[in-house]
Design a protein around this ligand. Structure first.
Ligand SMILES: [Zn+2]
Length: 332
């Protein structure tokens, strides 16, 4: 009998229960004679001239807390849409897209990699421009070591996410994505491309502006450290590096939420005896805290998109933000 991970089961139930949730199967991944879907779900405004916010989770199957954070947002939105006229109004102006479980087989197996032992966040068809961090940066030595980039080209799950994001970019007036991960550091990070180059991404001024607006709007909720990923460590094959092309004519802000899981391990060292313990809070009160900790940021992203502040930014302000971003993150 096929075992369906709890979070995937919940997603399927939400799709069944809420007809306004427009779901698609982006890929079906086969593992041990069973098929596991990679599902996208959209709610909100239709048409190509609306901003879109994409919430992604589960690129690394073991990082269940990221899936749960994204699913909690989706459940809250669907529940509130039944009565909350302000949210209904907001969703006439923006589109929300969700891919909560990019790597369903990794989730099933409790692994970072997919069923082929490939790390999907090292598997996009892009090489780092500079030397990467040994092993962590992605390796083709062996599928039995972590951070394996694969030998068969782009994996099905990677391809599904890439294609979907490219469609969203085409069919929206702007796109902000938030890809939830856990497993690095003591604090929560917001990373953005590039992971494989020390050059600035074309939207760096917009990302800097987003951070400034968040800081001034919610000074007591900004527990995030914003930076290009290359300042932390460098990798090959990053999906968001691949998607952040220099020719983007519309605003595209690919953000990665990296939850600081070492803090959970520090507070509860016994988590080290369990692989999932490195990536997920094991105590219920910490899990609940993680589930509510990012709500303000996620709603801020929706409000910011609806305002079209990023799309309508005048050239003078954009140049100012670009310069400020270069001074902050790219001084060597
Ligand atoms: Zn991850």
């Amino acid at each position: 009998m096929q075992v369906v991970p709890t979070e995937l089961q919940t997603l399927l139930e939400l799709i069944e229960r809420y007809p306004q949730l427009h779901a698609r199967t982006l890929a079906e991944v086969e593992f041990k004679s069973h098929r596991y879907p990679v599902i996208s779900a959209e709610v909100g405004a239709k048409g190509c001239d609306v901003p879109c916010i994409l919430f992604v989770g589960g690129v690394h199957g073991v990082e269940v807390i990221g899936i749960q954070v994204i699913m909690a947002l989706l459940e809250s939105i669907l529940s509130r849409l039944e009565w909350d006229s302000q949210l209904q109004q907001l969703l006439t102006k923006i589109k929300l897209a969700f891919v909560p479980i990019v790597n369903p087989v990794g989730l099933l197996n409790g692994t970072r990699c997919n069923g082929q032992r490939v790390d999907l966040m090292r598997n996009a068809p892009i090489e780092a421009e500079t030397k990467v961090t040994f092993l962590v940066g992605g390796q083709k030595l062996s599928s039995h070591l972590p951070w394996y980039r694969g030998h068969q080209g782009v994996e099905q799950e990677t391809q599904a996410l890439i294609q979907y994001v490219e469609q969203l970019k085409t069919n929206s007036s702007s796109l902000i994505s938030l890809d939830a991960h856990s497993g690095f550091g003591m604090t929560d990070h917001i990373w953005f491309p590039f992971a494989g180059s020390s050059k600035p991404v074309s939207s760096v001024g917009l990302i800097y502006y987003l951070e400034q607006l968040y800081q001034s709007s919610y000074p007591y909720h900004n527990h995030y450290s914003f930076s290009p990923q290359s300042l932390i460590y460098r990798t090959h094959g990053d999906i968001w590096d691949y998607l952040a092309t220099p020719k983007d004519d519309k605003p595209f802000l690919p953000l990665t939420l990296e939850m600081g899981s070492w803090n959970w391990v520090k507070k509860n060292p016994r988590q080290m005896f369990n692989f999932a313990g490195f990536f997920n809070p094991q105590k219920q009160h910490r899990q609940l805290r993680a589930l509510r900790k990012h709500t303000v940021l996620m709603h801020f992203l929706m409000d910011l998109a609806a305002s079209r502040e990023l799309e309508n930014m005048n050239l003078e302000l954009l140049l100012k933000q670009n310069n400020a971003a270069l001074n902050r993150w790219y001084q060597c």
